[in-house]
Design a protein. Structure first.
Length: 129
């Protein structure tokens, strides 16, 4: 998830554990107050391998016990890559290793598909109006 409202890059504690990432003590521990409306300490950080479209990099993330996203790329990531955000098209554009990268939103998987006759059916093959 990309969140321009977050000042830091975050990885969920459970994600860092499942990915067996090397977690280190944070050089400057601090608290965040926006998660679950209570102060939570940031005491660890790690390097996370990110691969989206043609973009592949390692990003420094603070480890936090959250369940809203596995990885949250915040203003630090946006700033470091000089990302141009298009609110209208919901895209993120930047240059990485001299290549232009445009990240577009992932289209949600639909439970509805078109059959040969042109009527719309759901996955249970029930015809919908």
């Amino acid at each position: 998830m990309i969140d321009g409202g977050s000042y830091v890059n975050i990885i969920a504690k459970i994600a860092s554990e499942k990915m067996s990432l090397k977690v280190e003590p944070h050089p400057h521990p601090y608290n965040v107050n926006w998660v679950y409306k209570t102060a939570q300490p940031i005491t660890h950080c790690c390097q996370v391998h990110i691969h989206m479209s043609n973009y592949e990099d390692h990003v420094s993330c603070d480890v936090l016990d959250i369940d809203i996203a596995y990885i949250l790329l915040g203003r630090a990531w946006l700033y470091n890559l000089d990302v141009i955000t298009s609110g209208r098209y919901n895209t993120y554009e930047f240059k990485f290793k001299k290549k232009g990268i445009v990240l577009k939103p992932v289209k949600p998987k639909s439970n509805i598909s078109n059959n040969k006759e042109g009527t719309i059916t759901d996955k249970n093959n029930k015809t919908r109006d």
